[in-house]
Design a protein around this ligand. Structure first.
Ligand code: GAL
Length: 437
C-alpha cells in the first residue's frame, strides 16, 4: 500500500511520512506497542500540557487541502497558544486513513481529533466508546441553534451529541468537460438514463473511448448509488439502508443492469484509480463526465481548471444525496483543551466560511451568506433547502463502516466479473448482516 507524503499544513512545510500510520496500516501493530517504531511525533508533544492539536483527516491535496488550510488559519486566529499538527493520510474517501485510524484507536493512540461522517459512520465510534460526549459544549457554543434540526438528529445518539459538523457535501453530481461536450454537439443536460446513454454514445462517436471516468471501488459505489436513486426513487433508496426496501427488489436488479451498461463507457483501468485520477481524465479531455461529490468543484478550482460544468445525476430529479464531515474529541486525546478550541472553530460561522468557501461543500450552519461563496456552492445551498435529502453509504451517512466495506468489496468484484446476480446477492447479504434490527 503506498502512502503519499503529507505536507504539514501551513506549519513549516515539513514533509513527513505518516510513519506510525503506515506501519499500522500494514498490520504491524505489535511494533507500535513495543515502541519499536519510534516516531518523531512521539518526542515533540503529547502528555498533559501539550499545546499541539493533531488533526487527523484524509485531506492532503488540492481542494481538500485548501479547505483544511482555511480552517487551520481560522484556528490560528481563534486559538492562540495552540499549534495545529497535520495528521492527514492521503487517499480519497479515507481509503487509507480509516484503517490507520482504526489501528491507532485500538492501540490507545488517538489523534486529538479526527474527521468522521455524520450518521451511521459516527455511530460506529460512539458504539465502540471511542469518542466523548460534546453535548455541554453544544450548549455553551450555541450549536443546537446553529445547525438544522435534521442534522442535529443525525448526530444525536440517546440524547447526546458527539461531533461538530464542518459542512454538508453533495454526492450525486456529474462533472463535465465543457469543451468535450461542445465538440460532441451536446448542448443540454440529460435528465434520465436513456438521455445520458445517448450523450455518452455521441461523445464516443467523437473517438473518446471511455467518456465516463470512474475510479476504484468506493467511486463505483457512488455511481451505483446514483443509479439506484434513479431506478428506485429517493424513498425506496433510503429504505435500502434502513431495512424498509429489500435488496432483492426487481428495481435493484434493474439498477445493477443499468450500472453494468454505464460501466461499458468507463475507463478499463478504473480499479487502479483514485477519484483525482479519474478527475484528471476529465480535465485532460480524455473523458467527458465523472460522477463525484462536490469536493470536485473545489478541486477543479484549486487545479485552475475552469472549463467545467455540472448537473444532478440523470433521473435523480430533485434529490440531494448528502454527507457531512464532522470532527470529534476521542477518548484519551492528549490535548482536550486545544481540541475543544479546534471544535469550536469548526462549528463557528467564521470557521465554516473559511473551510467551505474552498472545500466545495456548503456550511452546515444555517446563518451563512450565499454571496460569500463560489457559484457552485450558491446553487448547492439553494438545492439543500428545497430538495429531497437522501444519505450516502460510500460516505458514511447511510451505512456503518462494516457495511461500507462489504459494499466496496462487492462493487470491486463486480467491476471484474459483471455478475449481476452475484452483486445483488452480496448487497442483500450485507444488508441482512448490517441493517439496524
Ligand atoms: C469524503 C469526504 C469529503 C471528501 C471525499 C473525497 O468521504 O467526506 O470531504 O474528502 O471523501 O476524499
Amino acid at each position: 500500500m503506498a502512502f503519499k507524503p503529507v505536507k504539514d499544513g501551513g506549519r513549516g512545510g515539513r514533509t513527513r511520512f505518516t510513519r506510525r500510520a503506515a506501519v499500522a496500516a500494514v498490520g504491524v501493530a505489535a511494533l507500535l506497542t513495543a515502541g519499536a517504531c519510534g516516531s518523531s511525533d512521539d518526542s515533540s508533544g503529547g502528555g498533559s500540557g501539550s499545546s499541539k492539536v493533531e488533526v487527523f483527516t484524509w485531506w492532503a491535496d488540492g481542494g481538500e487541502k485548501a479547505g483544511l488550510d482555511g480552517l487551520v488559519k481560522q484556528f490560528g486566529t481563534d486559538c492562540a497558544g495552540q499549534t495545529f499538527e497535520n495528521g492527514a493520510v492521503a487517499g480519497g474517501a479515507g481509503a487509507n486513513a480509516k484503517s490507520v485510524l482504526a489501528s491507532r484507536l485500538q492501540q490507545g493512540d488517538p489523534p486529538d481529533t479526527f474527521q468522521a461522517h455524520a450518521g451511521a459512520e459516527l455511530q460506529d465510534y460512539i458504539n465502540a466508546g471511542q469518542i466523548e460526549d460534546l453535548s455541554a459544549d453544544y450548549d455553551s457554543w450555541g450549536l443546537k441553534q446553529a445547525f438544522p434540526q435534521g442534522l442535529i438528529d443525525n448526530l444525536t445518539v440517546e440524547g447526546k451529541i458527539y461531533s461538530v459538523p464542518a459542512n454538508i457535501h453533495r454526492a450525486n453530481v456529474v462533472w463535465t468537460n465543457k469543451k468535450v461536450l461542445a465538440e460532441a454537439g451536446i448542448t443540454k443536460d440529460p435528465t434520465d438514463l436513456a438521455g445520458f446513454i445517448a450523450d455518452l454514445d455521441k461523445v464516443k462517436a467523437k473517438g473518446i473511448k471511455a467518456p465516463l471516468a470512474v475510479g476504484k471501488d468506493w467511486t463505483q459505489l457512488m455511481l451505483f448509488e446514483s443509479v439506484l436513486i434513479t431506478d428506485l426513487g429517493p424513498d425506496k433508496f433510503t429504505g435500502l439502508w434502513t431495512g424498509a426496501t429489500d435488496w432483492n427488489d426487481a428495481g435493484v436488479t434493474k439498477a445493477i443492469n443499468d450500472f453494468k451498461q454505464l460501466l461499458t463507457y468507463t475507463n478499463t483501468d478504473r480499479d487502479a484509480l483514485d477519484w483525482t485520477d479519474a478527475e484528471k481524465l476529465v480535465m485532460d479531455g480524455k473523458a467527458a463526465y465523472q460522477l463525484m461529490g462536490d469536493w470536485e468543484a473545489a478541486d477543479l478550482d484549486a487545479k485552475k481548471f475552469t472549463d467545467y460544468a455540472w448537473f444532478t445525476f440523470p433521473g435523480n430529479g430533485d434529490t440531494f444525496q448528502w454527507l457531512a464531515d464532522s470532527f470529534v474529541l476521542p477518548k484519551g486525546a492528549k490535548n482536550p483543551e486545544g481540541t475543544k478550541c479546534w471544535l469550536k472553530t469548526v462549528g463557528s460561522a467564521a470557521g465554516q466560511k473559511a473551510f467551505n468557501t474552498t472545500k466545495g461543500s456548503i456550511p452546515a450552519r444555517t446563518d451563512a451568506t450565499p454571496g460569500d461563496y463560489p457559484k457552485y456552492q450558491q446553487a448547492a445551498m439553494a438545492d439543500w433547502k428545497s430538495f429531497k435529502q437522501v444519505p450516502s453509504c460510500a460516505h458514511g451517512s447511510a451505512c456503518s463502516q462494516g457495511w461500507q466495506g462489504a459494499a466496496n468489496s462487492a462493487l470491486g468484484k463486480f467491476s471484474t466479473n459483471q455478475d449481476v446476480a452475484e452483486l445483488q446477492k452480496a448487497m442483500a447479504t450485507a444488508a441482512s448482516e448490517f441493517v439496524k434490527k
